[in-house]
Structure formats: C-alpha cells, structure tokens
Design a protein around this ligand. Structure first.
Ligand code: NAD
Length: 488
C-alpha cells in the first residue's frame, strides 16, 4: 500500500487567466496520482487550446502597462512576492511533497530559494540600464537598450516545477515581460499555490497567467503566434519537437535539458566528503534531478574503498514516506518511470556492471508506492547504455580511471554537458580540470551548492542552451536595440 498521503489542502484554481481564477479548463480530465501510495489526490479539468488563447490575450493586454511600470515599482512588487513566499512557506511545503513525492524536509529550502530568486531579479528590475557606444565615422550618438520580448511561454517538468518556474519567471518579469506558465498536470500543486501568492503580493492581473495541462497544452503554447519566446525545461526528446514546431514561426526557444553529469574523484580527495557528495547524485530530488552527478569517475588507487563507502552510506539513507521528517529520499514519479529505470539497471548489469547495492524495486512497506532504492553499479563500461544516457532515477554508475587526462576525456565524452563535479584537494588541479570541462556548471568539492540565483545555470551540447540565473539569465529575456543618431 505504500505510504498514504496525509490530509493536505490542495489549491483550487488550476488556471489563472487575467482577472479570472478558474477550477476547470476546457481540456480533458486528469487524475493526479500521489506516487508514494498510488492514490489519486484529485481530478483536474485541464486547459484546452482556447484557454491558452485567453491566457495569451490576457498577457498581451497586461504587457504595455507592465513594461511601462517604473523599475522601482516592479522591483517592489517582486520583493513583496519574495516576502509572501517566505511567509507562506508552511503552506507550500506539503504541496511540494503531494505533487511528486518530494521530501517534506526539503520544502522550506525550496521556498527560501524561490524568495531569493525574486529578490535577486527584483534587484535587477531597477537597474535595466543600456549603454552608449563611441561611434566610428562622422559625428553621431549611438546607444544600446535592452527591451523585453513581450510574452514568455514557460514550460516546466514535474520533477521540480516550483523551482523551475520561479527560475524562469523571476528574470522574465524583472526584464518587463508578461508570462504564460504551464503547470505540468502530473505535479501541479506548487505552481497553482504560487499563483495565489502572486495575487496576494499585488501583481496586476494578466502579468502572470497559468494554464495547467500536458503536452497538448505545451504544444499549443509553442504554436501560438502571441507568445514571443518559449523557455522550456524538460527532456531532449520534447525539445526536438518544440524546436521543429517553433521553426515554423521562427520563435526563439531557450532550452534547459537533461544531463549525465560526471563526478571526477581524485585520489588526493577527502574520501568521506567525496563519497557523501557523490551519493547525493542518487538522492537529490529522489534521484530525479537534471544536474545530479550520476556518472562517477574514480581514480583507481581509491576506487574500491570509494565504492565500499558509497555502499555503506547508501544503507543509512532512509527511503520512504515523503511526509516523515526523517525521510531522505521519496518515491519515483510513477510506475512507468520505475519500470524504465529498472530496465536500464538490468541492462547495465547485463553489459557488465556490478550491482553494489539496490537494483530491485522496494517491497514490504514500500510496495504499492513507486519506490526504487539507491542503486550503485560499479565497473560500468564507458560505452554502455547506462553510462551514456540519463536514467533519471537514484542510480549511480562508477568507472575507474588511471590519469587526469583519462578522467577529463571520460568526463567530456558525453552527449550531455550540464554539470561537472571535481573532488580534489589540489587547487592547481581543480583549476586545470575545471577549465577543460565541457559543462555549463562546474563545482569543485561541491554537490549542488552552486545553484543559487546569482550564478548562470544551463547546459552545453545536448543539455541545452541559454542560461538561467545571474545577469546572463536576465539577458535571456531581453532583446537588444541599437539606436544611431546622426549629429551631422
Ligand atoms: P518532458 O520533456 O517529458 O516534459 C517537460 C514538459 O514539456 C512538460 O510540462 C510536458 O507537458 C511538456 N511537453 C511535452 N511534450 C510537449 C510538446 N510537444 N510541446 C510542448 N510541451 C511539451 O520532461 P519530463 O519528463 O517532465 O522532465 C524530465 C526531464 O527534464 C529530464 O530530462 C530532466 O533532466 C529535465 N530537466 C532539466 C532541467 C534543467 O534545468 N536543465 C531541470 C529539470 C528537469
């Protein structure tokens, strides 16, 4: 029977279009499932294409006033939203767990992080300066200004919808854009709550609009001529469909996609710290985090002790009821995802991977929920399916290396390029290796701490393009205008 969900007050409004908060859209009915027990939490009437039309119209109607609002006023609204998010964190946390089985323990951090995003980008809203350019040729005055696109369509995945949505919304709004946001139907509650908080903070109607739905709603957004840019966070397979569709209208698309991030563990490292941080690649976001370090490359001199330490530490991670405060890891999002993960693990073992721990779905109290244990596969061949593809589950693969050059080669020999983690106590090596990583974010002796709103986050290669966070994140939602004035 798994772990039943306690009583949680789920938000009512699945769609917020201009002034109107609505419980039912014109699309199909979807039964949301709580993955720790398989029980249906509530049925939702999803959005249809005409709801997307209305949301886009509302955003476009709100845009002239939002764009013209002085930066200090936009900043103050964003700072107020940050405070409201913090004040209501206790209401948000259970929704984060109810929507996808995230652990309750992580909830306060998620709200604090969202508040920081609105503070950080609120701080940019009153500093959207341009620049002047000394001209060539005859006397002229030339300046560059940074303009909003208009309406940004935001499509996010189920694994961290609140995190992903706020990561995009904060810079998009600060830059003066309005937003049409799609909440994923299989993890909708936190974003629905966020829309309530946006209202409470006093944002003008239409600046942020919400439609809840699945792929058809996302596709309608991409096709919609009234949406000026799409920011997509999700899988590479969906990104290809979105790019093909956006090609028809030449619509710009920002992509934050998946990864198979390498963790390079050198023999000079603090073994215990490196193992703890290495394990977090399986545990973080219930093993379903895009930038989790899931491909461990370990120097041969410490290979066996490292693998043994991973196994010992994994045994201490409590997997189970997301609402229990001592739970460190919750369920997989669905039975389908669990079957996919198990299939990859089974094939990984058949290809020569040694299962050090895990490898079978969890039974006993966990049966009935979609629970898969931390699974470590050692001696995994670099060319095997499980070494090269994103598993999106609590699965680590471990491969030995003999030299720094080999470690760099193995790390970079991947279709993906989202994160890279380096564990060493040698500062010179840290810089040398970091400088060779083909990844958008490199962390030395870290395991996720870098992901704050003030730094750019995003991928190289199949992990996407564009950045969220930092000034680079703001620029994603601005277009550049150059003005030249003849002074002759
Ligand atoms: P997904 O691509 O299946 O779905 C993502 C979103 O796209 C959902 O909201 C879905 O409804 C929508 N969608 C599906 N088909 C669409 C279409 N044809 N047109 C428009 N929208 C469409 O991905 P998922 O399974 O929900 O999420 C897991 C993936 O997301 C993983 O690959 C993970 O690594 C990635 N991810 C990346 C980041 C990042 O910041 N780089 C963050 C979180 C997750």
């Amino acid at each position: 029977m798994g772990f039943r969900m306690p009583a949680v007050s789920l938000p009512e409004f699945a769609h917020v279009i201009g002034e109107s908060a609505e419980t039912a859209g014109t699309g199909e009915t979807f039964a949301h499932v709580y993955p720790a027990s398989g029980e249906v939490t509530r049925e939702i009437r999803l959005a249809g294409a005409d709801d997307v039309d209305r949301a886009v119209a509302a955003a476009r109607a709100a845009h002239p006033a939002w764009r013209a609002m002085p930066g200090d006023k936009r900043r103050d609204l964003m700072l107020r939203l940050a405070s409201v998010i913090e004040e209501r964190a206790a209401e948000m946390s259970p929704l984060l767990s109810a929507e996808n089985g995230s652990i309750l323990l992580a909830g306060p951090h998620m709200s604090a992080d969202a508040a920081q995003k609105f503070r950080y980008f609120g701080g940019w809203a009153d500093k959207l300066e341009g620049r002047t350019v000394p001209t060539w040729g005859g006397p002229a005055h030339d300046y560059v200004s940074y303009e909003p696109f208009g309406t940004i369509g935001i499509i996010v995945p189920w694994n961290g919808p609140f995190f992903a949505a706020t990561m995009v919304m904060a810079p998009a709004l600060a830059a003066g854009n309005c937003v049409v946001l799609k909440a994923p139907e299989n993890a909708p509650w936190s974003i629905m709550k966020l829309l309530e908080l946006i209202r409470l903070a006093g944002f003008p109607p239409g600046v942020v609009n919400l439609v809840t739905g699945g792929p058809d709603v996302g596709a309608a957004m991409v096709e919609h001529p009234g949406i000026d840019k799409i920011e997509f966070i999700g899988s590479g397979a969906t990104a290809k469909r979105i790019l093909a569709s956006a090609a028809q209208s030449l619509k710009p698309v920002g992509l934050e996609l998946g990864g198979k991030s390498a963790v390079l563990v050198f023999a000079d490292t603090n073994l215990q710290q490196a193992a703890k941080r290495g394990l977090s690649g399986a545990v973080s976001a219930n093993g379903q985090g895009c930038v989790n370090g899931t491909r461990l490359l370990v120097e041969r001199a410490i290979y066996e002790p490292y693998v043994e330490m991973l196994k010992a530490m994994a045994a201490h991670v409590k997997v189970g009821d997301p609402f229990a405060m001592d739970t460190i890891m919750g369920p997989i999002i669905s039975e389908t995802a669990l079957d996919r993960i198990h299939g990859m693990v089974t094939r990984g073992a058949a290809e020569g991977g040694r299962i050090v721990c895990g490898g079978e779905r969890m039974g006993g109290d966990h049966a009935g929920g979609a629970f898969y244990p931390i699974t470590v596969l050692a001696d995994v061949g670099h060319g095997s399916e499980i070494a090269r593809n994103e598993v999106f589950g609590p699965v680590l693969v471990v491969t030995p290396f003999d030299s720094e050059e080999e470690a760099v080669m193995l790390a970079n020999d991947s279709d993906y390029g989202l994160g890279a983690y380096i564990h060493t106590t040698d500062l010179t090596r840290a810089h040398r290796v970091a400088g060779q990583m083909m990844a958008g974010q490199v962390q030395v002796n870290g395991s996720g701490e870098a992901m704050t709103p003030c730094v750019p986050f995003g991928g190289m290669k199949h992990s996407g393009h564009g950045r969220l966070g930092g000034i680079e994140g703001l620029r994603e939602f601005q277009q550049v205008r150059n003005v030249w004035i003849n002074l002759q």
